[in-house]
Design a binder for this molecule. Structure first.
Ligand SMILES: Nc1ncnc2c1ncn2[C@@H]1O[C@H](COP(=O)(O)OP(=O)(O)OP(=O)(O)O)[C@@H](O)[C@H]1O
Ligand SMILES: [Mg+2]
Length: 365
């Protein structure tokens, strides 16, 4: 009995580059995507997201390793024999056809009889909240509506797994946010496994049950939004997801999870790590800006003096840049709670910056 909708087992993909070199597009990636899951691959341009997706779809074959769908090794199975459908970034609809004809196209190719075709097109258009749009033309629809037709075109085939490659990339920000919520809702309703590719961290956090953060062809960390945000396993993930200040130093003591790190310039930071570290090892302490506070009156495991170098008031929050002793700069985000509240400090002020030990995570790579 297969537990996973899609599995990548130690998959690598190398492309020959024109210069005669080799591009390592995907390197030894292992992923297990659960049945009914909304799974995202997230990473910067060129990190291997599309290549990974294309190997699941069967448009590319792995150089090494294996792709399994519902426990079945795909080998050289061609795309049309895999129980998956892909929604591409450029979802060009056939402009001369009606919406109904666009959505029915795949079914017609497969020889599905007209009556069943009509029924399934109707259902698919209802799913994407475009009921009764069969007779309209593609050019008579807005960008978001066209995107939904592209989705209907994939859903009408009733795939077990839907692969989506930056499907909202062409939409403006507001529409994209609306579509994110709609897509997530749709995925819950139809219960199809979604494998979603994006370079937008906020989009991935909003929609996904789990996320694979990729860089340079490697899947660095796979986990839920909370896990990846709260417990990044390396500097790249900490930096790519949300905002982080890194304080570089050396491990001076460890007692269970509690780690003391000495920064250049002599500051000692009380931080945490689940792994056993070597004394003297060079590490980075990662702290999120919302977990630091300016001029906090109470006790804190870490409290350092610094000088405010920047203040940016953005309504809900104020963002501070603070230079600590030894030249370490941190970013602090304070919520502006009261209406009309003023920033806590101005540029040039000497302030204290406080944060808890559990807000400071030790990262080794
Ligand atoms: N057919 C190909 N031939 C040679 N190199 C390729 C080919 N396809 C992809 N690559 C290279 O493989 C790497 C990964 O590409 P891929 O398209 O998977 O990245 P991506 O994460 O989808 O990026 P983007 O966010 O820009 O779409 C890149 O360096 C790219 O140039
Ligand atoms: Mg891509």
């Amino acid at each position: 009995m297969a537990n996973f909708a899609v599995e990548l087992r130690e998959v690598s993909k190398r492309f020959p580059a024109p210069s005669g070199e080799v591009v390592n597009a995907v390197r030894n990636v292992t992923m297990q995507i659960r049945d009914g899951e909304f799974f995202s691959m997230l990473g910067p341009s060129g990190c291997g997201k599309t290549t990974s997706l294309r190997m699941i779809a069967g448009f590319e074959l792995p150089t090494e390793g294996e792709v399994l769908i519902h426990g079945k090794p795909m080998g050289r199975t061609p795309p049309f024999q895999r129980p998956v459908n892909t929604v591409f970034q450029n979802y060009a609809l056939f402009p001369h056809m009606t919406i109904g004809e666009n959505v029915a196209f795949g079914l017609e190719m497969k020889g599905v009889p007209k009556a069943e075709r009509d029924q399934r097109v109707k259902q698919a258009l209802e799913m994407v909240r475009l009921p009764g749009y069969e007779k309209r033309r593609a050019r008579q629809l807005s960008g978001g509506q066209q995107q939904r037709v592209a989705l209907a075109r994939a859903l009408v085939n009733r795939p077990e797994v839907l692969l989506l490659d930056e499907p909202l990339g062409a939409l403006d920000l507001k529409l994209r946010k609306e579509m994110q919520l709609e897509l997530k809702k749709l995925q819950r309703e139809v219960g199809i496994t979604f494998v979603y590719v994006t370079h937008d961290q906020e989009e991935a956090l909003t929609m996904s049950d789990r996320i694979a953060v990729m860089s340079g062809g490697v899947a660095l960390q796979i986990g839920g939004a909370n896990e990846i945000y709260e417990r990044p396993n390396c500097k790249f993930v900490a930096d790519f997801i949300g905002e982080t200040s890194f304080l570089n130093g050396k491990v001076v003591a460890q007692n269970g999870r509690a780690v003391e790190v000495e920064l250049s310039g002599g500051l000692r930071v009380r931080s945490e790590s689940e792994t056993q570290l070597t004394g003297g090892a060079e590490v980075s302490v990662a702290v999120r800006p919302e977990k630091m506070h300016i001029n906090y009156a109470g006790e804190a495991a870490n409290k350092f003096d610094g000088r405010v170098v920047s203040v940016v008031y953005i309504g809900t929050d104020t963002h501070y840049g603070v230079q600590l002793m030894g030249g370490h700069e941190v970013r602090v985000r304070e919520q502006n709670n009261a209406p009309g509240s003023r920033p806590l400090a101005a540029e040039g002020n000497v302030v204290s910056v406080s944060f808890a030990a559990e807000a400071a995570r030790v990262l080794t790579e």
